[in-house]
Write a new protein. Structure first.
Length: 222
């Protein structure tokens, strides 16, 4: 049977590395955001250079997190993520203020357009869609969340999974051993009765169930 002391340091190790899995999942979502923004910017209507620059910076920051020397490159990756957030905000604001000039409308619609508030004009404003800068900003925030609380880079996911599997297996074997020992103890307790006063050995169960006085009457008749 495995004792609790036999587990050693395995029993003291942390549970499954959920935090490491979350960080790698955030990095995967960041990659999908970059690919979606590149597909949007690469459309025939996309002519701005700012989303391309933001996508390149964010890709470089994501690659830094996958390099072996990511512990030293982590501050640079965070800085690039903040820069991309600023560029994404600039792209969204540029879309909001990019309204068509009223000179291109006819007289009736120009008067109607001039009567609208600046907020309504921004809502009705045309131009390029802010989908690309919005996706880049979201991807940059995911990158910053993935690097939050990390001092030496990402944990090694494979080693963490192996440690968690070893911890779970050792704990399961230990619990099964304790359950088996408890079952054997209950079985042996059911076969033997309590100890006889003044004697070291236990009494048989059939002797305990024998009525008092029956044995005496038999001996008297004998």
């Amino acid at each position: 049977m495995i004792r609790e002391s036999d587990l050693g340091s395995v029993d003291r190790e942390a549970p499954p590395p959920v935090l490491g899995v979350v960080r790698y999942s955030l990095s995967a979502l960041c990659t999908l955001g970059i690919l979606g923004a590149i597909a949007e910017v690469g459309a025939p209507s996309g002519q701005h250079a700012v989303p391309w620059i933001a996508a390149a910076l964010l890709t470089a920051a994501l690659v830094m997190l996958l390099l072996p020397a990511r512990s030293r490159l982590l501050p640079i990756a965070r800085l690039l993520g903040l820069v991309v957030v600023g560029l994404a905000a600039y792209g969204v604001v540029e879309h909001l203020i990019a309204n068509p000039a009223p000179e291109g409308f006819d007289h009736e619609f120009s008067a109607y357009w001039a009567s609208l508030s600046p907020l309504t004009r921004s809502w009705y404003g045309s131009g390029d869609s802010p989908l690309a800068p919005g996706m880049l900003g979201q991807a940059a925030l995911l990158l910053l969340l993935a690097t939050a609380g990390v001092d030496r880079g990402f944990p090694r996911l494979r080693r963490g999974l192996r440690r968690s599997a070893r911890w779970a297996a050792a704990t399961t074997i230990y619990r099964l051993g304790r359950a088996g020992a408890a079952g054997r103890g209950r079985t042996s307790a059911g076969r033997t009765g309590p100890a006889r006063p003044g004697c070291g050995g236990p009494l048989r169960g059939d002797r305990l169930r024998r009525p008092i006085g029956v044995g005496g009457g038999d001996r008297g008749r004998a």
